[in-house]
Design a protein around this ligand. Structure first.
Ligand SMILES: C[S@@+](CC[C@H](N)C(=O)[O-])C[C@H]1O[C@@H](n2cnc3c(N)ncnc32)[C@H](O)[C@@H]1O
Length: 368
């Protein structure tokens, strides 16, 4: 039986209100307890019966787990000992330690991931574990967990303030430390969209394969196209703005200098995957994509959309956006604010379930 009283949720800095509004609808029995930019806790109802790997079904939660308590102190070694007093009664397979985001991803050179400080704290905590807790000779710190493994979470919320929790790994993001995949951006990447599309492909497990045709609407300067070309795809970028010369010279790349809505739909006849990252309002992107994918000569199998929250209040419309996408004949739809997203979120939509697959898709809007 899971007797946890609080849930901790980590999100993008600035996304707290969107997260709280979302959970107020889907989990009205949760009570807001503590909130800092990028870190929120909720008091759970008694006898909540939530399993250690329960699905929060949240767009804005980057990672979450059951809280074991908060530690305040000045010395990492002392706090590590206190951590094991909170967590030492259980067996753990992994330790994930990360810092609350100090900025919005992409601002002030910040990108999500494991900071040097977080890794150092992780090593101190792992070194001070009691032998009974994690008997492995090397206790994994900030590595990707396997489904079913028990993860001890330590979020560095402030200097000298750690929140401790735990969860059972299941979905892809729940296996990554802090819900963030480790992605190295190559020196030649022309924009941070390289990070976004790489995370989107890892999260969505869109079954793209070398030789597939892919179109990106809103492709300039070309970081996402580079990541797709690196995977061997044949890529067409559609954007009225210029592409980077590095991308233009790739033999598998074609640039159509136009807006998405200006194209003849038969241009999309051989296209298997559609990616959109245009900096316009969500309904504008959805109008353009709908016009393409509902044409009878077009058979696009999967869509990866970045929808821009030009106003945070648009987050309330997400269920309608997803329902609209389903209505085009894409019953398998999921949405997530990726770690590398900015004030935006990502949607993956598929016509058919890929095989083999253990990816959870919501095929209709759930009501509770
Ligand atoms: C965030 S940037 C795209 C970044 C790009 N995905 C990359 O990998 O570097 C947004 C782009 O959307 C383009 N855009 C805006 N409206 C568009 C439309 N209707 N059709 C195509 N592109 C559009 C803009 O010109 C701009 O280059």
């Amino acid at each position: 039986m899971n007797s946890a009283e609080f849930l901790f949720v980590v999100c993008q800095r600035g996304a707290e209100s969107a997260l709280k509004n979302e959970l107020a609808v889907s989990w009205p029995e949760f009570r807001l307890a503590f909130s800092r930019p990028g870190f929120v806790t909720f008091k759970l109802p008694p006898d909540h019966g939530l399993s250690p790997d329960f699905d929060l079904r949240s767009v804005f939660a980057r990672s979450y787990g059951f809280s074991l308590g908060r530690l305040v102190g000045a010395h990492a070694e002392t706090m590590a000992e206190q951590l094991w007093e909170l967590a030492g009664h259980r067996a753990w397979d992994h330790l994930h330690v990360w810092q609350r985001d100090p900025a919005v991803p992409g601002d002030r050179d910040f990108e999500p991931g494991i900071s040097t400080l977080a890794q150092q704290v992780g090593l101190i905590v792992a070194a001070s574990r009691p032998p009974s807790v994690a008997p492995q000779r090397v206790f994994p710190v900030n590595l990707v967990a396997r489904p079913g493994q028990q993860v001890l979470d330590c979020v560095l919320v402030e200097p000298g303030q750690w929140w401790i929790g735990g969860h059972q790994a299941s979905t892809m993001p729940s296996r990554w430390p802090g819900g963030t995949p480790k992605i190295d951006m190559p020196d030649e990447a022309v924009s941070r969209a390289y990070l976004k599309i790489t995370e989107a492909l890892l999260w969505s497990r869109l079954p793209v394969a070398a030789g597939d045709h892919c179109v990106e609407l809103g492709s300039s300067p070309g970081g996402a196209c580079q990541a797709l070309l690196d995977r061997g795809l044949i890529v067409t970028g559609i954007d009225p703005a210029d592409m980077s010369p590095v991308v233009l010279q790739h033999p598998n790349f074609t640039h159509i200098k136009a807006r998405g809505a200006d194209l003849k739909r038969r241009e999309f006849r051989r296209v298997k995957w559609l990616v959109a990252d245009a900096n316009v309002a969500p309904n504008h992107t959805l109008d353009t994509v709908e016009h393409i994918v509902t044409h009878r000569q077009v058979d696009i199998q999967g869509i990866l959309l970045t929808l821009k929250l030009i106003d945070w209040h648009l987050a309330d419309q997400i269920p309608e956006y997803l329902q609209r996408i389903r209505s085009w004949g894409y019953p398998l739809v999921r949405a997530r604010q990726l770690a590398f997203n900015r004030q935006e979120f990502t949607v993956v939509a598929l016509r058919r379930r890929p095989r083999p697959s253990n990816v959870r898709f919501a095929t209709r809007r759930r009501s509770r």
